[in-house]
Design a protein around this ligand. Sequence first.
Ligand SMILES: *Cc1c(COP(=O)(O)O)cnc(C)c1O
Length: 382
Amino acid sequence: MSRQNWNRTSRLVQIGTGRDERTGAISFPIYPSATYRHPGVGQSTGYDYTRSNNPTREVLEQALADLEGGARGLAFSSGMAALTTLFLHFSSGDHLVVSQDLYGGTYRILDQVFNKFGLRSSYVDTTDSTAVAAAIRPETRALLVETPGNPLLGVADLKVLGELCREHEMLFIVDNTFLTPILQRPFEFGADIVVHSATKYLGGHSDLCAGVLVARDEDLGERLYFLQNSTGGILPPQDCWLLIRSLKTLPLRIERHCRTAMTIARWLQQHEKISAVYFPGLENHPGHSLSQRQASDFGGMLSFRTRTPEQARRVLERLQLISFAESLGGVESLMTLPAVQTHGDIPEQDRLRLGIDDCLLRLSVGLEEVEDLIADLDQALN
Ligand SMILES: *Cc1c(COP(=O)(O)O)cnc(C)c1O
């Protein structure tokens, strides 16, 4: 049975195994070499200079392309490095339509950096496909969607948006950080490019900063590779190795994240001190049935609202097992106050209009035992 016929879980476990032909190493080696000897003039071993190509990064990038089902994967030193490189694909005068329920750093770089160079963006509710269609202009080149959204977990219809992009000949870009390809495969819905902050679930242990782009076809992949090589925000070989190691357990981790998040969401929903829970797995979430259609489970992220800002602050101060910290997707549970932290750069009136206020808490459910997590939430709320 050849590698291509293996199930995805097996392919992930086997990333790089035995591929170092000289040694047969089970764990693919880290190649720190910055440069490589040429066998002769005009000849190459396939590796010349590490920014352009590196054996450890190559194993990782091929695995990432395989995991998403795209033609070309590229690994960057952070999610923002990946997004920066992606935005450099566009030109002055181009326009992007972007989810308003968006990672704060993506908003910041578009608003405060790329805007200066004439790349314009409109922020729309991408859970409303009509609003997306209305925002498209003649110069719109792409739609960038995060689904589920951040921090309110709104669900965008990937199929409808994919069709809309094709109709308008725009690139369809999906930031798949929250669900990962284990749960949601944007290329099946017509996406052209998938983005990840691999700092989150792909890395999964809060010990690595990395970003990923995967292109659906070779031509676009080649163009993005040109930009990666030109700008240089590559993932170093040591970190490539760490990310390879993390990917081997991704399906197992995601399964457990989902199961625990579901239990906690239901528990929070019946708690008298909580006025709302945002989790697509709950039947009363507006994106529940859409989420069931386009993803295989609901992920490990949820947000909830306390009745007063003081309660939210007290919860953060009293948590013992769950850490009050930014980021998400690690084995350790983390809670944040998005209004102050991850979304602090969004202007206050926009934030409040979206519902990101001082009562909103976001929880990244880790891999601790669910009863310990609930006990911690319970003591922090009471
Ligand atoms: C964290 C995050 C990013 C940015 O990635 P970094 O690795 O922190 O640079 C982009 N998109 C989403 C959805 C994120 O959660």
